[in-house]
Design a binder for this molecule. Sequence first.
Ligand code: HEM
Length: 330
Amino acid sequence: MKIRKHSLLAAAMLGFVSLSPSSAQEADPKKVVDALQTVFGKHKARASGAKGQCVAGIFTPAANARNLTKSLAFRKQTPVIGRFSLGGGNPKAPDATKALVRGFSFKIDPEGDGTTEFVMVNAPVNFAKSLDQMFGFLEARFPGAEGKPDPEKIKAFAAANPETTRQGQWLASRQAPASYVGVNYWGIHGYTLTNAEGKTQLVKFKLVPTGGEAGLTDDEAKAKPVDFLVEELQERLTKKAQTSFDLVVVYGLPGDPTNDPTVMWNDEEKRPTVKLGTLTINRIEKNEVCDSGIFDPTNLAEGITGPKDDPMFIPRQQGYAISLQRRLAR
Ligand code: HEM
């Protein structure tokens, strides 16, 4: 028995086996998807952003976009396929839940040469800076013997990882969105744009609703039907009301970090923005159109590159693909 324990320990030190299936092992995308499903259960839906609505629209680039990037995504007017969502893996989450991030994923030029995909949320920061921290955040919320998470574990994790509370604080200090198209969305990661002359610029992407932000007081939120957001969007479309966003970039400065998606750059909100184009939603699309694949934030047309040193960027592709495989198999 003793010998076996020692040989296991030696194997673990060499990296062949793991003695603990949970926190001692470095997290990978599969482990994070497993953790999402431990927290939220297994549904025939996305492991995160489970509740949502597919939409279709059009992207019209601003004339000066090509000064910043040679990307074909910003060269001409192109169709857009998008999906609005509520954060987390509960496909029945009430739409007015303030604590959940709203997501907006979209593909510019889905069938063309300029295919470029973004998966944004309505906060400028993420709730974890690494897969290990994302796993730890979820592990602290695993249901215990009574089927519920232990509030003490959540508190202890937050105290030891204060940066994981920033996204929640951002959402708590604002009203719940009254509309999927009435809130800002951020790309969060630092991207590099390259123009035809080879000039590069560090940026962060943001979507700003052209009709302004629309929020709900806590009382209004309480009175809203569980699934009001799709109806609200349909009403806007029927009335030909505002359903557009400006796609803008915030310029990075030398020394701005790109390796930690839980931090904003200094004075990021006060920096001027440059408009790259306008994204207009023009119809609700069948959910099957969005559900048969993933929105892959690493799929970017030449002239836009994601951060090389952000541990949360590249693994998104694998995490989303694992979730797709599981939801299609269910
Ligand atoms: C800045 C970091 C991140 C942000 C802002 C973010 C945001 C989102 C959003 C908005 C969705 C919904 C996508 C849709 O509508 O199709 C989503 C889905 C998902 N996210 Fe993330 N995410 C981040 C990082 C990660 C990472 C690092 C993982 C784990 C590897 C992960 C795991 C997932 C999974 C499994 C899904 C479901 C994908 C699918 O089934 O298509 N996310 N995320």
